[in-house]
Design a protein around this ligand. Structure first.
Ligand SMILES: [Zn+2]
Length: 177
């Protein structure tokens, strides 16, 4: 990638390896990540310099155990998330709020769709307060949906942009997630 080192994308056991980045990551989501940096400035994914974020790009079983210390390894579901498939990035904007970037991407959805972006996670799942700058992240992935525009996803549901906007006018989605 132009703006990110491999160890900002890879689970730490893969090191800072371009070889593993190429083997494990979808080139499309890497292009999307670079464009995000181009549009929104300073951005973090994994943060190997302080070890706070280790699982914001590719995830493996070590990630699952780290993120779910109380769960059984048999519950690791490779296909439930786009991260273990190397098709997702959790991008942490440092110069804008998560909500501002989220809205901006939805406003310019055709541009991002053309680049290969397919799904955004509803920010209800990724930030505790949309008004706090640099709180949380934007989950972007390139998992095909069969539709011709971006969609917004929660754990249980998927919404077109219009549906999401309609719901957001009424409720903060945490209630339905
Ligand atoms: Zn994510």
């Amino acid at each position: 990638m132009k703006y990110f080192e491999p160890n900002e994308i890879l689970e730490p056991s893969y090191g800072n390896s371009l070889y593993w980045q190429r083997r494990l990551m979808s080139p499309t989501i890497l292009t999307v990540g670079d464009q995000y940096r181009e549009e929104y400035g300073k951005t973090f994914i994994n943060t190997p310099w302080n070890g706070i974020y280790k699982d914001s790009g590719i995830r493996n079983i070590k990630s699952f155990m780290r993120m779910n210390p109380d769960k059984d390894i048999k519950d690791f579901d490779l296909w439930r998330s786009a991260h273990p498939r190397g098709r997702a990035l959790d991008l942490k904007p440092q110069e804008h709020s998560v909500e501002k970037v989220f809205k901006d991407i939805l406003e310019n959805s055709k541009f991002w769709f053309k680049l290969g972006l397919r799904r955004l996670e509803a920010i209800e799942l990724t930030t505790s307060d949309p008004n706090i700058s640099s709180d949380g992240w934007n989950h972007l992935d390139d998992v095909e949906t069969g539709l011709d525009d971006l969609i917004v996803i929660t754990y249980k549901n998927a919404y077109t942009i219009e549906q999401y906007k309609e719901i957001r006018d009424k409720i903060w989605l945490m209630e339905t997630i």
